[in-house]
Design a protein around this ligand. Structure first.
Ligand SMILES: [Zn+2]
Length: 126
């Protein structure tokens, strides 16, 4: 039974406990997909230079990017990011409108500075 990491199996080299893909515990499937969507030499170098905590986080990031690329080969992570930004902007716009309408209905002696800020913020969004 082989205890080598997928990268060492692929390259036909001996595997050491501190080899980058052994440190990150990549399975064969995760490794193959990472190789498919990334420059594997670059990923190996990156894994080598990171701390144990960073390696775990980096692996999660790579696997998430692989998943996005698998589900949407053209858009990938960028499309997911664009959707999130758009959703935040929409919600922010709705919050500003709610705040604007609330302040518009308040009496004149209320905080004019905050009211003017929200009016300016809404004008910027329109
Ligand atoms: Zn290895």
């Amino acid at each position: 039974m082989s205890t080598r990491c997928p990268d060492c199996v692929n390259r036909g080299t001996q595997c050491y406990p501190d080899c980058p893909f052994a440190r990150a515990n990549f399975t064969a499937t995760e490794y193959l997909e990472t190789r498919k969507y990334n420059n594997i030499d670059w990923v190996r170098d990156k894994l080598q230079e990171l701390s144990k905590h960073e390696v775990e986080y980096y692996k999660r990031s790579i696997l998430y990017e692989n998943k996005c690329r698998r589900e949407d080969p053209i858009g990938g992570c960028l499309k997911v990011n664009d959707h999130v930004v758009k959703a935040i902007e929409t919600l922010y716009g709705q919050m500003v409108k709610i705040g604007y309408n609330y302040l518009k209905n308040k009496k004149k002696e209320d905080d004019d500075e905050e009211r003017n800020y929200l009016i300016r913020a809404e004008l910027k969004l329109l």
